[in-house]
Every structure is written in structure tokens, then in C-alpha cells.
Design a protein around this ligand. Structure first.
Ligand SMILES: [Zn+2]
Length: 256
């Protein structure tokens, strides 16, 4: 699973730190045959540090504090959207589609269902339960994105970012790369603005940042907007997933 495209000391050290943080969850993951894939992009090297900003639109509305800032500052981002979100947020989708030079639109599923076949719920959300249901969730999500006028999605990130291992294999066979991450900026849009900003400012070269763009009334979104802006002013470069090489790590429970 691991493609050692650019594995180095920094990369491995970083991976180790990320894995330690999720250690308590790993015990359960092993029992349930679940994985939480990590994803890194190639470090920027001589060009300067770079990160990939990924933003999930699970359901609900659109946080224009983030979207408008990205447009105004010309900051590239990769959005993972569900068809459920798309049905109620066409104006935001129009903004994303109007900036193909900045924004990549990828697949977060049709109804925000975890791609898990081994347990009935994850964090209170009903899981797919079968590979047939995973197929439907992934394919319907991709179809909705194409129908809205975006290119065929190449990446898939499920609800909760936890997967059963059979689902990962299945989704990859369907032609999608798994949209993992390395830096959780907002913990499901649950953090304060200050905490979210602080986490984003800790981003390092090669990180894939995950945050949410569908919670305009929560404080976390304010921290996403301010954190990204400050990171840019510090000289961090932003790239989309399709612009760079990336490397999904060994599955989180596979070597610990
Ligand atoms: Zn989501």
C-alpha cells in the first residue's frame, strides 16, 4: 500500500508523530478491522514548503468566511463534497466551478455514509454495511459531481475518514484514490477559532490539512479562514491534490 516515493527522515518522523496521536483509536480499529489512512504530499523542497488544503462539505450550508477568502487570496484547495450538500448549495458550487484554476472538486459520497462493512455505526453514523452499499455511495457521489459540471472525481473520502479494509481495496478498484490526511485542523468543526488557527499554523511541509466548509455558524470556520491566511503570509505554498505526488501511508493499525 505504501509507495515510498519520497520517504525520508522528516517524512517518517512526521508520520510517527501523527500515528502516536491516534494511538487510543487504533486498538478499536484493529478489533474492527478498520483503518484511518494518512496522506502526505511531496514536500516542496527548493521551491519552499507546501501543503494541500482539503475541505469537506458533508451536509448543511457553506462557510463563506472560508470560501470567499480562498477566492480573494487565490489560495488553491481541494473540496470533498457530498451530493446531499450539493443539492442545497448550488451557489457555492457555482463559485467553485468558476475557479477551476484554484479549486479541485472531489467525492465525499452521496449521503455521507462511512465506507465500513464490519460494524453498524461509526461515531453514531450508520455505516454502509456491505460493499454493494459502498459502491452505491461512491458511484452516486461521483455521478452528482459530474452532473453538476465538474470533471470526473479521482479521489474519495468517506464520512468519518475511517474505512474497513475491504472497502479501501474496493474503492481503489473503482478507480479512486483514498483521501486521507495528516493534519486534522478542526476536529469535525468542533474546535474554537483559536485552537483551529493554532493547529493550522503548526502545518509542516508535505501536510494534507483537513477541515470543514459546511458549518458557517461554528467558531472553527473563523479559525480555518484566519489560520490559512496567516499560513500564506508566512510563505507557505498551497497546492491541490492533483497538482502533486502524494503518498498514502501504511494503514494506521498495520505496523503498530
Ligand atoms: Zn464529512
Amino acid at each position: 500500500m505504501f509507495k515510498p516515493v519520497f520517504a525520508g527522515l522528516l517524512f517518517l518522523t512526521h508520520l510517527g508523530a501523527a500515528s502516536l496521536l491516534s494511538a487510543p483509536a487504533q486498538a478499536n480499529n484493529i478489533a474492527d478491522n478498520l483503518a484511518e489512512p494518512h496522506l502526505f504530499i511531496k514536500p516542496g523542497g527548493a521551491q519552499g514548503a507546501q501543503v494541500a488544503l482539503t475541505l469537506d462539505a458533508c451536509s448543511g450550508k457553506t462557510d463563506l468566511r472560508i470560501l470567499n477568502m480562498l477566492v480573494e487570496e487565490k489560495i488553491p484547495a481541494t473540496f470533498f463534497i457530498t451530493s446531499r450538500w450539493l443539492q442545497h448549495n448550488q451557489p457555492a458550487m457555482d463559485i467553485m466551478l468558476a475557479h477551476p484554476d484554484l479549486f479541485q472538486i472531489e467525492n465525499h459520497g452521496a449521503q455521507h455514509v462511512p465506507a465500513i462493512t464490519t460494524i453498524p455505526t461509526m461515531y453514531g453514523i450508520k455505516t454502509a454495511g456491505s460493499l454493494e452499499a459502498v459502491t452505491k455511495e461512491v458511484q452516486s457521489g461521483a455521478d452528482a459531481i459530474k452532473a453538476a459540471g465538474a470533471p470526473q472525481p479521482q479521489w474519495y473520502r468517506d464520512a468519518t475518514a475511517r474505512y474497513s479494509k475491504d472497502a479501501i481495496t474496493h474503492i481503489e478498484k473503482m478507480g479512486f484514490q483514498i483521501g486521507g490526511y495528516s493534519l486534522n485542523a478542526d476536529m469535525g468543526a468542533s474546535l474554537s477559532a483559536g485552537s483551529t488557527e493554532k493547529r493550522i499554523l503548526n502545518a509542516r511541509d508535505g501536510d494534507v490539512i483537513i477541515a470543514h466548509i459546511n458549518q458557517p455558524t461554528r467558531h472553527a470556520g473563523e479559525g480555518v479562514a484566519s489560520g490559512i491566511l496567516k499560513l500564506k503570509k508566512r510563505g507557505m505554498r498551497f497546492v491541490r491534490l492533483k497538482d502533486v505526488e502524494s503518498s498514502r501511508s501504511v494503514l494506521s493499525d498495520a505496523k503498530h
